[in-house]
Design a protein around this ligand. Sequence first.
Ligand SMILES: Nc1ncnc2c1ncn2[C@@H]1O[C@H](COP(=O)(O)OP(=O)(O)OP(=O)(O)O)[C@@H](O)[C@H]1O
Ligand SMILES: [Mg+2]
Length: 299
Amino acid sequence: MPDPARPADPTDRRVIAMMNQKGGVGKTTTTVNVGAAMAAAGARVLLIDLDPQAHLTLSVGMEPGEMDRTNYDLFVDEGTTAMEVVREVESIANLAVLPAETNLAGIESEMAESVQAGTGQSILRDKCVDLFRQFDAVLIDCPPALGLLTVNALCAATEVIVPMQSHFLAMQGMSKLFETIGSVRQGINPTLRVSGVVLCMHEANTLLAGEIRAELDGFFGQAGEGDAWHQAEVFDPPVRRNIKLAEAPSFGQPVLAYAPESNGAADYRKLAASILGAGRAAETPDAAPQPRGSEQARG
Ligand SMILES: Nc1ncnc2c1ncn2[C@@H]1O[C@H](COP(=O)(O)OP(=O)(O)OP(=O)(O)O)[C@@H](O)[C@H]1O
Ligand SMILES: [Mg+2]
């Protein structure tokens, strides 16, 4: 059977950085569960934990202290290859991870020299070129900061998705975030684009949630062709607040394995499908998104 999740040409592989410098908005939850849902739909998926908190690594059942090699080694040791760091996730087939450890926190200071020499930003991309060829999609969990690790994610990525909590001050910091993406696009990664926003821990039907969504639609609608977020959208569905999503990490499992019947699993399955669909629309000019005006009418 042809695999709908698999791109026709391996160079169409999507490398998605889940980025927001705000803490606790749902980046890791979205990376793990969108990745698991894409894998369950037949794609071969790689998750990359670029956060020294190592929450993604823990969330897929790995102990950060118990691994031979992690992303820390990938960054600081020239001889370490991505093939030596990558591991399969036990609870979900087709899902692999480049794990992190808390010592990743030292990267910024340990790598000051290579940053000054201008070589520190593309380490992830350079080290992972061969590994990425084995996957249909790569999802990178960024730390809540705009430093070297996030810049490495942006350099390796083809696109950015911004997980966001639809609450008061959600939009605060967005201009700094888009500025960072813009400068990476002007420098090291000219084709980088923002494909959209995922609304996490969503309280449906609240006035605030509606306002934030309208604000985002308006912001993306006003983007010029040169902006990285020119074709960005608010992905459907928003992810509802669901206790199973908060419980699953302590069992070391994506929600699809921990509570497959939960609302959390249902939302992430649908979200993964719409993210995969958005990628296909971007590749096929005929299937280009409708003009913004029609999208604003969406519920
Ligand atoms: N839809 C949801 N319903 C309930 N709890 C959620 C939901 N999404 C995320 N959480 C919980 O909220 C907390 C923050 O989520 P998460 O760790 O994914 O955010 P983050 O942006 O990765 O945080 P950080 O910036 O610290 O890396 C976690 O405890 C997570 O389990
Ligand atoms: Mg996180």
